[in-house]
Design a protein around this ligand. Sequence first.
Ligand SMILES: [Zn+2]
Length: 467
Amino acid sequence: MADIDAFVKAEAESLVAELSRWCAIPSISTDPSHADDVRRSAEHLAGLMEAAGLHAEVIPVEGGQPAVYAEWLGAGPEAPTITVYGHHDVQPVDPLEQWTSPPFEPAVRDGCLHARGASDDKGQVHFQVSAIRHLLAADGSLPVNVKFFVEGEEEAGSPNVEAFLADHAERLACDVVLVSDTGMHSPEVPSMVTSMRGLMYFQVDLRTATADLHSGTFGGTVPNAVEALVRLLSGLKDGAGRIAIPGWYDDVLDLTDEERRQFAALPFDPEELKRDAAGVRVLPGEEGWSPLERIGGRPAADVNGIWGGYTGVGSKTIIPAEAHAKVSFRLVADQEPAKLEPLFEQWVRDGAPEGGEVVIQSFGKVRPCLTPLDHPGNRAAARAVARAFGAEPLFTREGGSGPERALSDALGVSCVYVGVMLPSDRTHAPDERLHLSHYYRGVRAAAYAYEEFARPGVVDALRALRG
Ligand SMILES: [Zn+2]
């Protein structure tokens, strides 16, 4: 295979220049005033892909932002087909005054490319495209068939991804999805994500009367909506930090001994985590699991906001008639939102005060996604990462949620995650940056991954799992 090392060394500067031109397009998907920029970003990427030797196409998304599809299918039907997933939209940039250089004027400092989207996720899509460009130029072919699905609204929560996948499943059909939108735990030790958590989000409205009441006239003899809601939510977790809703853990797959061994081998400094967590002084959570295990591998519940009663200046002696809260849950394999939603609703109704009226609204559900460590896709990708980083990667889990399970369900295959983002890349924050040494390793890891997926036996093992 072509010498990817030599390519990266020779092209180091031009690769960054090319990525910078793409990062200069402010493709903020959550801001309607940037819709034109998101479209331009999609067209720009399609141009880069065409120049790399892929057939690329911008696909409009009804009521949403355009995606980019690309393919190179010259390896033939016997060879594995990989669908690379990433996104070309970016987060908003506020607060602007905290950026050292403007977010859409990419600048290299301290070995990093600083720009919104440099790390999340344009840099990670670009290292894949760059690897393909080199392999096609040098060898005239790739060892695998490659397709790309690069979304334009991931940062907006991928609202149309399921409909898109339903429409384009045949086109995106593959043996494995290669997700290029995750990171490594530390710059010193390479690692690979094996799962994404699921998500459920609710608003709970509790009403105990048709209007607020005088606390002198009625105090001591009527229900108080705020007190009742606080009482209810204070029971969300038990004293051991476990979610106290009956049945919540029934389908949780515990981390395997091997996963726990790998979590324990990751470099971890609790003080650094506290600093990253905006200066918290303690790291409370479910007993029996380490902080890193809890972030990726265990369910979580959070009260995101609570309001009700009188909160203005001075005093107002009322008994509130209504109270409201936002509550979210992170789920792990094999928890199913469809099964847990009624458990939560029942728990709220059981804990609401007698005579109280409860309304529960649901704001979307994401299923969790897990690819076991010994999955042939993970094994092949781990060999590629080891070659690119010079050390065996450890397997870890991502605490966040994304469209990976939707991809995996729609295409009937597993997701494998090769990402080079670092915790210090300040994604979603001012001064987002991409560590160029990691980016260059990403180019190598992508090239090696195509090679490793093409090794004898891998495609058969992947196809056997599809059944
Ligand atoms: Zn991302």
